[in-house]
Design a protein around this ligand. Sequence first.
Ligand code: SAH
Length: 219
Amino acid sequence: MKDTYLHKGLRKKLVRSLEQKGIKDERILDAIYSLPRHYFLDKAFEEHAYEDKAFPIGNKQTISQPYTVAYQTEMLQVKKRDRILEIGTGSGYQAGILALLGARVFTIERQENLYHKTRKFLNTIGLERIRMYFKDGYKGVPEFAPFDGIIITAGAHIFPEVLFQQLKVGGRMVIPIGEGDQKKMICYSKDEAGQLVVLEEGSHFRFVPFLEGTNSKKE
Ligand code: SAH
């Protein structure tokens, strides 16, 4: 894997386009500039890696669009040392951005094949401190709860109550949720009484579905 001046130049352009689309957090823009997205894609898509688009990563899943990653990360308001739980590891790109922001990342994937592939890959690029789990994301990681932040990177149609239980009081949970194809990005929090509060309602996004259970088929 090589990260050339050409790649860096394309990333700079991508970062500028994200700024134009409204992303303001410099730390997030820096992380996107630092992390070579082309490493996370199949060779066939390498030359498109810095377009603001989603791409297939196998098992009918996709790496999220950079704008979506930046948008969700901004809503999450990650601080250094925060314990962050991500649902939907996929390519590992979102988890990588969170790790570069200094978070302690826990991430869950329900596709066994992707889990193994991404686990191996993250280890080769020096992101082995990201803790990865092959399991149903609806269950969360109770042994490391509560989390300062929870980010769901698949489109939900029902609210994941168990994950909310694993959120700290005052923590943030960012989830694309709704009935149709387009999900509304919502940032929830938990008040002192343990009740659900809506902090922010954002734009609509298209995601692969947040499914229950695990899948061990190759494709
Ligand atoms: N964050 C990823 C986006 C991958 S797409 C990235 O940066 O590349 C969403 C991922 O969520 C898919 O890999 C899909 O398999 C996974 N997913 C869907 N439902 C899940 C569940 N219940 N538990 C864990 N992962 C799930």
